[in-house]
Design a protein around this ligand. Sequence first.
Ligand SMILES: Cc1ncc(COP(=O)(O)O)c(C=O)c1O
Length: 508
Amino acid sequence: MSKFNEARSQTHAPLAEAIAQYAAANTIRLHTPGHAGGQGWNASWQRDFATAGAWDITELTGLADGHSTEYWVSAAQELAAEAFGAKATFFLTGGSSLGIQTVLTACAGPGDEVLLPRNAHQSVIHGLALCGATPRFIPVPSSPDGIPGTITPEALEAVLRATVRPRLVVLLSPSYQGFCPDLAALVAVAHRAGVPVFVDEAHGAHFPFHAAFPPSAGRCGADAWVQSAHKTLGAFTGAALLHIGNGAFAPDAIRRSLQIHATTSPSYLLMASIDEARRIMSLKGQELWGQAIHYCEQIRQAAAGLEYMQLAELATMRDYGAAAQDPTRIVFRVQGLSGVKVAAALRRNNITAEYADNRHVCLIIPYSLTEAAAQNIVEVITKLVEVVPVDSGESSPGGESSPGQSPPAAQGRGAAISFPPLAPMVMTLRQALTAPFEEVKLAVAVGRIAAAIVAFYPPGIPLVIPGEKISPEIVEYIQEMSRQTGSYPGPASEGRIWVVAESAVKSR
Ligand SMILES: Cc1ncc(COP(=O)(O)O)c(C=O)c1O
């Protein structure tokens, strides 16, 4: 039996094994990368990154057993397709962002309309600008507490009816906060209208590996879906998976588009880490996630018993479209405290949260969480009001208020700020993103046209997209959110925003 046939088993990580074999052979490396297996590094790097140096290779015709890197990548991708329930899978080294831009440019072009929820990630908006299609936003309800819900089949149907040339439906599942729409129903609505579905499952790469998770996009009949293997699986940052289902998309059409966007020098270290992450999930995912879910239940129970703490739960979010929740995403708020302050208190207790905003804190529980760490989280959460003096409301994490800005009564306490209403789009995405632009003070930007996405990161959900006219509500939202969180959304420098130059608006 050839090594390749042996490698067609979930117990193998063929790419990782082939690279390990090459690294062990210790050949004289006369190829890129120039650090030559780490030998060109200084002593501390040689010590700290010895294996990473040896594994960081380029395309080779003879990687291991006489086979090329391409051969081993194919073997690893086939195993991934089997494990994730896809017809074909591509390893990505540029994150889910790369997969999103690949699929959009493969499927849609100028004159086409793409339906998507307004809380889509910024990479979706950038993908639309690249392909030139027109976005048709599906409204996303939000809880009174400011947590985005999900779109509903009825909302999708309504927008589909109002769309002339629907080319693609892009869905988000799960949301950053771990809530999923009724994916199977949404896919059925789109397919009934003859429109293929692409799912941004960046935060749900773990869904296929435990029955307690919401159903994965693959199981719900998506035509393609993308997952960040680095977000919830064990792969290195930047590693992601693009899956093709049994529907409308030909894997070769996606492969051609991938060639446009992907580097010709992908990191094999990252790809090997996807291979290994898949092996861990296939062999032990059920057991590892079962344990992690058990710890999540303990953390949730402890939090639910505390008067001052509110968990974001499915029971509430059902009213805002959600049909399922990722149990490993714990989102909560502490009454009277901003999320940023709570996260800072956790950090002082050696716990680093994924994300915090003016109200909420978001924890991503990894499959490797130990019992001791889980106990620690429970203890720290239970005494959170003791470790954080209740905010007097006199100061904000962002420092002093600017002159002329009257601090709202609940400043610093995580007051709810409503998401600004959608601004009218007065220029196409692509025109606005490629037009000459200037940086102006936010305070004088009302009425100007946005020249770049404005998004707090994380979660990277655009408040403003290029081509939209900046409204007073948007300016107020950015000012207030920045004051409460102490962070400013780029890409412009603090207190400023990029807008389309007047000359470009006049010359249209
Ligand atoms: C919902 C969503 N989609 C896509 C992405 C992009 O993923 P990546 O960072 O792997 O490119 C992110 C990243 O945060 C995200 O939150």
